[in-house]
Design a protein around this ligand. Structure first.
Ligand code: KG4
Ligand code: ZN
Length: 333
């Protein structure tokens, strides 16, 4: 019955989770609202807020799980990729906790953890499966052969899908992070009102920078004719942008599934919270006789439950790290 404490601090969410024998008993997420005023995450501020929130988040996670800190068997933490100053807070906390309790440390790759979030709960995909991992910094199609054997078979050549969402919302004058707001307004709009271009990128790779420029020029030209264009058409613009981003992602995912002959298809990362993408994947899988795996909303965006579950599987393998481990801003799968 291993008890794993998971710690996540790679970007702007401070999170702690307790996993007992593979079951997640708590997942506390402290969001940072301070960045809204700046239109994006300010790394220096993020580190400071992690520093304030980390101990209360861990205390709360232990309390909700009804687990005493003396009963924790190992600490799993996000080593990377992420903002270095943010990662340092979680890594240092994990080291100090492990040292004080004389228990092992487990280092976790944040992007692997997004994929392994599918092993929380009963509905688990079968290896090998495909996972479209879409977040603020990454857009990858991952061939998942085993818990810690993953291959990126397609990725973005420029912006990530979440970045495309956030940059579009900035162009529309919406606050950061824009993805959830685009989702909200898209539900009220017509996705076929405006047609944005689909980039022609060979193979399984993606590109979103051309789409961003097309949206920028589209808004600029229409606002020149009608200063109230965005306010009057916000829902339709968001619905059309969301549809285009989802179509770009799902077309490549479908191509990958056919090429690799894989029928278990999963979504992961912050953008997998997007309603249009979730519905689109379900429809795609129904049409092709594939099975879709879509995480619960709390396990889509950054959270420590995915770190704790990944830590659980590493614990079973006896894969631990040392006290001299350092965070990595870049960390391949
Ligand atoms: O995985 P995540 O929480 O953090 C990173 O590791 O980057 O992903 C954050 C990204 C942001 O770009 C945010 O706008 C996007 O996920 N996002 C969404 C939604 N919720 C979060 N994008 C579209 N629709 C949503 N509902
Ligand atoms: Zn993430």
């Amino acid at each position: 019955m291993p008890v794993i404490l998971g710690i996540e601090s790679s970007c702007d969410e401070t999170s702690a989770s307790v996993c007992v024998d593979g079951a997640i008993l708590s997942n506390v997420i402290a969001n940072q609202t301070i960045h809204e005023a700046y239109g994006g995450v300010v790394p220096e501020l993020a580190s400071r807020v992690h520093q304030q929130n980390i101990v209360p988040a861990v205390q709360q996670a232990l309390l909700l799980a009804k687990v005493n800190k003396n009963d924790v068997d190992a600490v799993a933490f996000t080593r990377g990729p992420g903002l270095l100053g943010s990662l340092l807070v979680g890594v240092s906390f994990a080291k100090a906790f492990a040292l004080a309790k004389n228990i092992p440390l487990i280092d976790i790759n944040h992007m692997q953890a997004h994929v392994l979030a599918h092993f929380i709960g009963d509905n688990k995909p079968q290896f090998p499966f495909l996972c479209l991992t879409v977040s603020g910094g990454h857009t990858q199609i991952v061939l998942v052969k085993d818990y810690f054997d993953m291959e990126v078979i397609g990725q973005t050549l420029d912006d990530a899908a979440g970045e495309a969402m956030d940059k579009t919302s900035k162009i529309l004058g919406l606050p950061y992070p824009g993805g959830p707001l685009i989702d909200k307004y898209a539900r009220l709009g017509n996705p076929d009102k405006y047609r944005f271009p689909e980039p022609q990128i060979p193979g399984l790779d993606f590109s979103f920078s051309g789409l961003k420029t097309a949206i920028l020029y589209f808004i600029r030209d229409n606002v020149a004719l009608n200063p109230d264009f965005v306010q009057q058409n916000l829902n339709d613009i968001c619905a059309s942008v969301e549809k285009r981003i989802a179509t770009i992602l799902l077309n490549k995912l479908s191509k990958a599934a056919k090429e690799y002959g894989i029928k278990d298809i999963a979504l992961a990362g912050g953008v997998s919270a997007n309603t249009g993408l979730r519905l689109g994947l379900q429809a795609l899988c129904e049409k092709n006789g594939w099975q879709s795996f879509i995480p619960k909303l709390e396990y889509c965006t950054d959270n420590a439950a995915m770190i704790a579950i990944a830590g659980y599987y590493k614990y079973l393998n006896g894969e631990f790290t040392n006290q001299d481990v350092a965070p990595l801003a870049r960390m391949p799968l």
